[in-house]
Design a protein around this ligand. Structure first.
Ligand SMILES: Cc1cc2nc3c(=O)[nH]c(=O)nc-3n(C[C@H](O)[C@H](O)[C@H](O)COP(=O)(O)OP(=O)(O)OC[C@H]3O[C@@H](n4cnc5c(N)ncnc54)[C@H](O)[C@@H]3O)c2cc1C
Length: 814
């Protein structure tokens, strides 16, 4: 048994339960804080509030509060100017420090009590008076428990202090937006005095309006955080005061019962004292005390809300509504004007800004995204393009040189070999965040029909829109990945306010620490090569299949390798397609080794994605251009047996194809036009695998794109899934920011996880099953699956459903 429910169990020495002597086991439950200070003359318990009570302890308590700038209601541009904020921040810092001293004082007091309790018990034992000995020991137990209450109280104060620190952290992070605004205002004043005709004045005035708006959002957020945390901090403190007081009163009452067991009747010299017979009673008193502590519950009445509504004054006044409507939407740390910093890796800020607030070695951001592929760039663009999240301080870390991406350009007749089929849903999303117009659309090819067939049985499914709808419905858009990412980075540059570390590899990710200024213990810290450290309220892993962020978050990723490689190449066809440039078709044939797909690019070009065995892939990459072309043409025309044979020779495929085609009837319009060329240097291969992370979120971590899942490319869905993730995560962040939530907590991120995990899981499963179903060259599955394909082809509603899956919402963007 131990004394005091909810406390750590301790053994109190000589008697079974409670004696305090000889134990050395009474140390206060330290929490690692340095001890120091003490109650000193702080006046605790002195005088009290009853006498000489003042209605305010402020030094200017006589003055009207309305004269104080910090008590002004609501926000106005002018109220936010001036230099009161840094002073305010310093005051809060001092308050937090003083609270720390107070905590140490209570810990100290608790320890002293425990030490005194032990001394009392040991002294009593030495007296040789049985009553004094027993009662002093048991009173020591009670005193010691009273000391423990001080320690628990100190812990509660520490929790309350953490809430004050949250206000201060937010306060600090708002400062850059204040400085930025003031700087512009000063510059305008300066110009008006010295160069009143300067055209820069108008530009600066526009900038000032924007900076003021951003600052208003940040200030409103700060106000919300301040109120919430202030309430929580002191609510916790008052609850702890009540608990400590009530438990100490309870203990004190039992202590007095113990004292009553000492018989005070004077003895005359020579008389013997009556023997002490209250040992059992004394033990019972301690049992009662223990029981009472165990049964003690905190009872708090809900404080009455003042009439008129507690939150009345947060309603924006007219004229402020547009901005204050967003007041809870932006980050707590919505400073949008970073301050310059000297040593950096390869770092660019997408507008001429100064760097963000930082501790000595760490820059602090709301969102740090590792990975500047399609997923990472889309996410940051989405956040920056949305006025609600535009105030978040965001950083991108990318191992590649993004300058090359910015200036990416190929001649009109040359195409990159990494292309993706982008669903209209993805294209629409990209359009919504303003990236689509930065994509080189001359190089994007929509297609309106898909031909998919079984290479063994020849069963076929045609995906096209109902008659009459052709031209109005796009199944998907073929786009080079680099065209997409280059459009995204240009849009991100245009939006500005993103700190970009490119050519910067993530070396390590650790958890932060608590310093005098900030408590970053729950925050991931991203360490870049060169020593730069970034603290992230939310760390997003858009860092591909081998995600270091996922590793840091210890999120397992499960799946298997397909033992297949995806061979890609840019092909030149004999023409622009059977129906010309306006009705392009995507072709995919399921072979026993894996599907081979030819997807249209502008003009007479197509991109190849051929999933095949690693040895076949190696052969394809080693062939001369003419034999490679022959094998690709054969893949869409010859039987799997013929094709298999053509993989057994290191050369001569062209001659083999010419000979075999003479004996193979082919409906030429059912297959792609003949390939006549392959662009130099475009044949490459990628190992294919299925992976799915157990979850997409952790505390202050979210995964998107290939970091969360990798899928077989047979349905061309990997990049689209990533776009779906990004859209969902951006929406989740927006919601959290607009409701004053911390965007990094697991609770805030949960809607993203639940929305995307299940959807991706289904798609991963379907593509995996399709791969397995069609990776069989013979046996009972072949007629069954062809039955499946023909059945699907015959059932227009099912077909429509499948097409809608592939195409998203089918909205046309061209
Ligand atoms: C053959 C093939 C064909 C495909 N076809 C299609 C298709 O038609 N349609 C489709 O939707 N999808 C397709 N996909 C899938 C698609 O290409 C991927 O899903 C998509 O590119 C993933 O994008 P991402 O941004 O999540 O990851 P990635 O593109 O892998 O980007 C990750 C980024 O993180 C960076 N990074 C990684 N580690 C670090 C580090 N330590 N420090 C700093 N930066 C780091 C990398 O440099 C990279 O830029 C295909 C895939 C293959 C293999």
């Amino acid at each position: 048994m131990c004394f005091g429910a909810g406390h750590s169990s301790q053994h109190y020495g000589r008697e079974q339960h409670f004696p305090v002597r000889q134990t050395g086991g009474f140390g206060a439950r330290g929490c690692g804080r340095p001890m120091g200070g003490g109650l000193g003359g702080a006046g605790y318990g002195r005088g009290g509030m009853g006498r000489n009570r003042a209605l305010s302890i402020r030094s200017n308590k006589g003055g009207s509060s309305s004269t104080s700038p910090v008590t002004r209601k609501g926000f106005s541009f002018s109220s936010l100017r001036g230099s009161i904020q840094p002073e305010l921040s310093r005051r809060l810092y001092r308050l937090i420090k003083s609270t720390n001293t107070l905590i140490s004082a209570h810990e100290s007091a608790g320890k002293e009590r425990v030490a005194i309790a032990t001394q009392l018990s040991e002294w009593g034992e030495q007296t040789g008076d049985e009553a004094v000995s027993d009662v002093s020991d048991k009173v020591g137990v009670v005193l010691s428990e009273i000391g423990e209450q001080e320690d628990s109280y100190a812990h509660a104060l520490d929790d309350a202090r953490a809430r004050l620190k949250a206000i201060r952290n937010t306060e600090r992070s708002v400062q850059p937006s204040r400085d930025h605004k003031d700087k512009i205002a000063d510059e305008i004043q300066r110009l008006k005095l010295r160069e009143p005709q300067s055209t820069r004045i108008v530009t600066l005035e526009h900038e000032l309006v924007r900076a003021e708006a951003e600052n208003l959002v940040a200030e409103a957020q700060l106000s919300n955080i301040t109120r919430k945390n202030l309430k929580e901090a002191y609510d916790a403190e008052f609850a702890a005061v009540i608990e400590r007081a009530e438990k100490q009163i309870l203990l004190a009452k039992h202590g007095r019962r113990l004292l009553a067991l000492i018989d005070e009747e004077p003895v005359t010299p020579g008389d013997r004292r009556r023997p002490y017979t209250h040992g059992a009673q004394a033990r019972q008193i301690l049992n009662d005390a223990e029981e009472d502590l165990k049964n003690w519950v905190l009872q708090l009445d809900e404080p009455a809300v003042p009439s008129g509504g507690a939150y009345e004054d947060t309603i924006p006044s007219e004229g402020e509504s547009a901005v204050t409507a967003h007041s809870t939407m932006a980050s707590e740390a919505a400073g949008s004007s970073p301050r310059a910093s000297g040593d950096r890796d390869r770092r660019t800020e997408t507008t001429g800004q100064e760097a963000y607030p930082s501790t000595e070695s760490t820059d602090i951001y709301d969102v740090v995204c590792v990975g500047g592929g399609p997923a990472g760039l889309s996410l940051l663009t989405a956040l920056r393009a949305n006025p609600v999240t535009a105030g978040l301080r965001v950083a991108l870390v990318e191992a590649q040189d993004l300058q090359k991406l910015r200036s990416w350009k190929l001649p009109p007749d040359r195409y990159s070999n990494r292309c993706s089929s982008l669903t209209p849903a993805s294209a629409n999303f990209l359009n919504g965040i303003g990236a689509w117009e930065h994509v080189d659309r001359e190089r994007v090819q929509p297609y309106h029909e898909m031909q998919v067939w079984d290479g063994v049985s020849d069963a076929r499914i045609e995906f096209d829109w109902a008659p009459g709808s052709r031209g109005g419905k796009t199944i998907a858009y073929m786009i080079e990945n680099l065209n997409l990412t280059s459009g995204l980075i240009r849009r991100l540059d245009e939006l500005g306010n993103t700190t970009i570390f490119d050519s910067a590899r993530v070396e390590n990710i650790t958890s932060g620490e608590e310093t005098e200024e900030l408590d970053l213990r729950e925050w991931p810290i991203v360490h870049l090569a060169g020593g730069k450290q970034l603290a992230a309220r939310l760390l997003v892993g858009a860092d591909g299949a081998n995600s270091p962020v996922r590793t840091f978050a210890e999120i397992p990723s499960r799946g298997w390798d397909y033992e297949r490689h995806g061979v890609v190449a840019t092909l030149e066809l004999e023409g622009e397609g059977w129906d010309g440039d306006n009705a392009k078709v995507a072709y995919q044939r399921f072979l026993p080794t894996g599907p081979v797909a030819m997807l249209p690019l502008p003009g007479n070009l197509s991109t190849l994605v051929w999933s095949t065995t690693p040895s076949n892939a190696a052969l394809l990459k080693s062939l001369s251009a003419k034999d490679f072309i022959a094998l690709v043409n054969a893949a869409f025309r010859l039987s799997p047996v013929d094709l298999e044979f053509m993989h057994t020779t290191p050369s001569g495929q062209q001659e083999e194809l010419t000979w075999r085609l003479q004996h193979t009837p082919v409906n030429s319009h059912a297959v792609p036009q003949t390939v006549v060329g392959v662009q130099e240097g475009t044949v490459a291969s990628f190992p294919l695998k299925l992976r799915h992370a157990d979850t997409y979120i952790g505390e202050r971590v979210a995964l998107v794109g290939d970091a969360a899942h990798t899928i077989h490319p047979l349905a061309g869905q990997g990049l689209n899934q990533g776009q779906g993730d990004v859209e969902s995560l951006a929406r989740t962040i927006e919601y959290a920011a607009s409701h004053g939530q911390d965007v990094g907590t697991r609770m805030s991120l949960e809607p993203y996880n639940s929305e995307r995990y299940a959807a991706n899981h289904v798609l991963l499963g379907v593509c995996d099953k399709l791969h397995k179903l069609y990776s069989v060259g013979g046996g009972p599955l072949v007629p069954l699956r062809s039955l499946g394909l023909n059945a699907v082809n015959a059932m227009r509603p099912v077909k429509q459903f499948l097409m809608n899956q592939a195409a998203g919402n089918g909205v046309k963007l061209f």
